[in-house]
Design a binder for this molecule. Structure first.
Ligand code: NDP
Ligand code: 2IT
Length: 449
């Protein structure tokens, strides 16, 4: 990808120098700056205010030690991170990820993306992200609890309901949020909405669990409608089988489509008759099992080793909902060759830069992560609102607001694309629309942060 605008090319060169070898972070920055050349050309005031130089440097990156004791009494040490990326439009907001691949580069890319995503929701939330290289797989419930408590003992020093509000991400769901919330309350003696994705008995919002997957489908529906299409009778492939993938699957069926393949990091399962959502939910969410066990219960389903081959399954709609860079240029070419009409990113940055170029050149409908998966954080924003008002809305009320927000995101991304001369390119549109709000706020607030 080439950055046309000279100032932005220099900004990117500086980012490369300051963050050597941080490939995920550099990839995310390159993609956004690549789209913003048209903005820099039109808005010398933003160049003069140093907005581009400032927006690519996190306000703060906290790195800390997490010591914890396993069930056998052995001491372990992991690294914890919180990036407080940008607070121009609201308190820092974004998930926490527990996965062995977590590094400063991964957390910074996620915090950077989150800044623009949160801006697109229209809600007052800045960008943040956190996590640890801790691997929750194979740990007992007590080990998970002790780890979460140790993690929060340090994180509590840096967060607060008006400062920074974390939530879940890979490896962090309702169980982990519960343990972290409990520890925060113990330390502060305060019952506040400091985390979102909480359980329904202690301040969580109805529909937050479903929100990212549902939202990705609502966004896809908007893209399809622009071409007179819908999910009706469409064959859909969804990668992953975690929180986002599961609820995307449920919504695809509700909208009339059929999900024929889902995966985890070891492999994928295919059933031309359609994946049974209730069974997959039971297997993954309740039993915490593996996708490879699915064919034991459904004889028509077949399991294949290796998760990346899922993209060779012929489909009309592809929803990558697992992790970053899970869909490369070759996978994108295969999808296009097999006649895919729409791809929407439920995960963060699941498509490589090359894959995105393949989709855009092929002219298929492509919904980038910061727009397509914003339903999760948007509903977290709604959870914050309910916590502040000390009341809770019904599932239907939250779901209606989520739908309206996803429609709004589609509209602002397509409008920005059109206004800046790249009609139909939602990657550029989402980057530009998300950026402009943050940029105006930063300019209004003066230099320094
Ligand atoms: P979960 O932990 O619930 O599920 C993650 C899923 O992705 C699992 O099926 C997991 O398989 C798979 N996966 C994880 N890492 C890899 C990998 N390296 N290679 C292949 N598969 C992998 O996480 P979520 O569903 O919450 O998150 C999925 C994606 O969606 C992430 O990119 C996240 O950032 C993004 N997202 C999440 C939101 C949320 O509200 N939860 C909101 C917006 C975006 P396995 O079990 O084998 O590890
Ligand atoms: O990537 C994301 O948007 C999330 N993991 C959700 C963040 C949130 O604060 O709900």
């Amino acid at each position: 990808m080439v950055i046309q605008n000279k100032h932005l090319a220099q900004v990117y060169a500086d980012v490369e120098k300051r963050n050597p070898g941080e490939k995920e972070y550099l990839q995310a920055v390159l993609e956004v700056l690549g789209s913003l050349s048209v903005v820099a050309d039109k808005r010398p005031d933003l160049v003069d205010a140093g907005i581009f130089d400032r927006i690519v440097e996190p306000e703060r990156l906290i790195r800390f030690r997490i010591s914890w004791v396993d069930d056998k009494g052995k001491v372990h040490v992991n690294i914890g991170y919180r990036v407080q990326y940008n607070s121009a439009i609201g308190p820092y907001k974004g998930g926490i990820r527990f996965h062995p691949s977590v590094s400063a580069s991964v957390i910074k890319f996620l915090g950077f993306e989150q800044t623009f995503k949160n801006s697109l929701t229209g809600l007052p939330m800045g960008g943040g992200k956190g996590g640890s290289d801790f691997d929750p797989k194979g740990k007992s419930d007590n080990e998970i609890m002790r780890f979460c408590q140790s993690f929060m003992t340090e994180l509590a020093k840096h967060i607060g309901p008006d400062t920074d509000v974390p939530a879940g991400d890979i490896g962090v769901g309702a169980r982990e949020i519960g343990y972290m919330f409990g520890q925060y309350k113990r330390l502060r003696n305060e019952f506040t909405g400091v985390l979102t994705g909480k359980g329904l008995t202690y301040g969580g919002s109805l529909a937050r669990t479903q929100a990212t997957g549902y939202g990705a489908c609502y966004f896809t529906n908007e893209m399809l409608a622009s071409k007179g299409e819908s999910f009706k009778d469409k064959v859909v492939v969804i990668s992953g089988s975690g929180n986002v993938a599961l609820y995307a699957c449920e919504k695809v069926y509700e909208l009339g489509g059929k999900v024929v393949a889902m995966s985890d990091s070891n492999g994928y399962v295919y059933d031309e008759n359609g994946i049974d959502f209730a069974l997959m939910k039971q297997l993954k969410e309740v039993e915490r099992g593996r996708v490879s066990e699915y064919p034991n219960r459904v004889p028509t389903a077949k399991y294949f080793e290796g998760c990346s081959n899922i993209w060779s399954v012929k489909c009309d709609i592809a929803l990558p909902c697992a992790t970053q860079n899970e869909l490369d240029g070759d996978a994108a070419r295969t999808l296009v060759k097999n006649g895919v009409i729409a791809v929407a990113e439920g995960a963060n940055m699941p498509s490589t830069l090359e894959a995105v170029e393949v989709f855009l050149e092929a002219g298929i409908l492509f919904g980038p992560a910061k727009a397509a998966n914003a339903g999760g954080v948007a509903t977290s924003g709604l959870e914050m609102t309910q916590n502040s008002m000390r009341l809770s809305w019904t599932f239907e009320e939250v779901d209606e607001k989520l739908k309206a927000i996803m429609k709004g995101i589609y509209k602002s991304a397509s409008k920005a694309a059109e206004e800046y001369g790249c009609k139909g390119n939602l990657v550029a549109g989402a980057n530009i629309a998300g950026f402009l709000k943050v940029a105006e706020a930063m300019k209004a607030q003066g230099v320094s942060y």
